[in-house]
Design a protein around this ligand. Structure first.
Ligand SMILES: *[C@@H]1O[C@H](CO)[C@@H](O)[C@H](O)[C@H]1NC(C)=O
Ligand SMILES: *[C@@H]1O[C@H](CO)[C@@H](O)[C@H](O)[C@H]1NC(C)=O
Length: 464
């Protein structure tokens, strides 16, 4: 049985180097305050990207705090060129799905017609989340997992009220795909089920296509087209409440590589992940990081529930019952004007250039004025705008956190098949790529909580 907290489930965990982040919103903690109204997927309050994908309406300040999210679009995402299926960092994405198919946290790398989700030493890995949501559909990912104890690869569907459908792979068992589902983030660990591969293949060396076929009536997990598990909605009825505890709210696709085996995680998570991560693992020695590979993701949208409205643009919550009737099809836009905006104030912009307040403080003997330029100090500097980077991203429970950083030399190395296209000699990556990638990432991390302050200072400097 998988022993880790739901939200975590794969979840993605997002991203913060600090493992000591405190959750601010959620069960037992309550809602976010009005000055930072949006409760991120990881339970931190903020503005900007906090109000986009993953924003939990049930713990945000008001029903309007989280932005409506982009509706499903059937598409096969490939990664042959970086612009086939654009991946944009969560520090740059403001909610318009025409600008990006995926939002990243961490260090995705493109090579050999695939995207690598990397996890360099002492980082918390990489997460890709689709910018569009799916409200029932068939979602397939063709991928290869990572390996090594404590290393977890995942392909999941996650809704903003934390309905979740999972595939997860622990790096100590390359024969097994673990499947699971959660409803409303309730940590019931009795729903897992395993799908085994044939003996002559494994999840690390070989490409396999993992499919989640999600309808209002059932979830079917298939590997390479062979049904491995079916969960019927009818079998999820809670007889006490009369509610079907079945995933039923619009969900993002999330692909990730994360360190279940971090010492700061709960023992249950570490044990489940196969033990503590070994940062001296052969994978790290060879490549500079652990990695999982994704070749393509296919999304086929099914019809949303009838009676959910006729809007063509977005999904929006109209109540907090966290069931399918809580969501409506809307024509409201999904994007924010800036990282200071929220669902309540979508068009809030970064502060305009300060008009220089010029004060004459004295005149010299010749009557010439000496002046000082007084500027207004930036405000809002303690409010996070990007979950993960500025501190969010950690589930304080028995979980993991998400990551950042990475980069490095490509390559597969041993264990792979002889025709592995990721042979190190054929990749264009170099240590300098790696250095560039990680230093960049760490710079942002250092800026951390002060990202917004830096932005404001930038504006201020321009103004001068
Ligand atoms: C699934 O496989 C994992 C890893 O091999 C194992 O620890 C777990 O007990 C299995 N779960 C079930 C439900 O069989
Ligand atoms: C049914 O719902 C009640 C009330 O939320 C909950 O306490 C109980 O654990 C649920 N039962 C099952 C079998 O999940």
């Amino acid at each position: 049985m998988v022993r880790f907290s739901t939200v975590g489930a794969a979840v993605l965990l997002a991203s913060s180097v600090s493992a000591q982040i405190t959750k601010e919103c959620g069960d037992g903690l309550g809602k976010c305050p009005s000055n930072k109204p949006c409760c991120s997927q990881y339970g931190q309050c903020g503005v900007g990207a906090y109000c986009l994908g993953g924003c939990d309406p049930s713990w945000s300040n008001s029903l309007q705090s989280c932005m409506p999210v982009p509706q499903c679009q059937s598409k096969k995402y490939t990664f042959t060129k970086s612009d086939d299926s654009p991946i944009v960092s969560n520090t740059k994405f403001l909610g318009d799905p025409s600008n990006a198919d995926w939002v990243s946290d961490g260090q995705p790398l493109f090579a050999n017609n695939v995207v690598y989700l990397t996890m360099a030493p002492d980082t918390v890995g990489t997460v890709l989340a689709s910018t569009r949501y799916v409200w029932y559909g068939k979602i397939s990912a063709t991928m290869r997992t990572s390996k090594g104890q404590g290393v977890v690869s995942a392909f999941i569907m996650m809704s903003d009220v934390k309905d979740e459908i999972d595939y997860e792979w622990v790096g100590v068992d390359l024969q097994t795909s673990q499947t699971n589902y959660y409803w409303n983030g309730i940590p019931d660990y009795t729903h897992s089920g395993n799908i085994s591969l044939a003996k002559d293949t494994n999840t690390y060396s070989d490409w396999h296509t993992y499919t989640i076929d999600w309808t209002p009536d059932s979830i079917t997990w298939s590997v390479d087209g062979q049904v491995g598990r079916v969960q019927k909605r009818a079998d999820t009825l809670n007889k006490t409440t009369g509610i079907y505890e079945f995933p039923q709210t619009p969900s993002r696709v999330q692909l990730s590589l994360w360190p279940g085996g971090l010492a700061s995680n709960g023992k249950g998570t570490i044990d489940w992940a196969g033990g503590l991560i070994n940062w001296d693992d052969d994978e790290i020695k060879k490549n500079g990081y652990f990695y999982a590979m994704v070749r393509d993701v296919a999304v086929e949208c099914y019809n949303p529930p009838s009676n959910s409205g006729s809007g063509k643009v977005s999904y929006a919550y109209k109540d907090l019952d966290k069931v399918s009737s809580s969501v409506e099809l809307s024509n409201d836009r999904t994007w924010l004007k800036s990282f200071l905006a929220t669902g309540e104030n979508k068009d809030k912009e970064l502060p305009a250039q300060q008009s220089k307040a010029t004060t004459i403080v004295s005149t010299d003997a010749a009557g010439k004025a000496t002046t000082v330029v007084s500027t207004v100090a930036p405000t809002d500097s303690n409010i996070g705008t990007v979950p993960g980077l500025d501190g969010a991203g950690f589930d304080s429970g028995d979980l993991n956190n998400g990551g950042t950083n990475g980069g490095g030399d490509g390559g597969d190395g041993s264990g792979g098949s002889g025709t592995d296209p990721t042979n190190p000699t054929s990749t264009g990556w170099s240590q300098s790529d790696k250095a560039g990638g990680s230093s960049d990432a760490s710079k942002i991390l250092i800026v951390g909580g002060n990202l917004i302050a830096m932005m404001l200072i930038g504006v201020w400097m321009v103004a001068l």
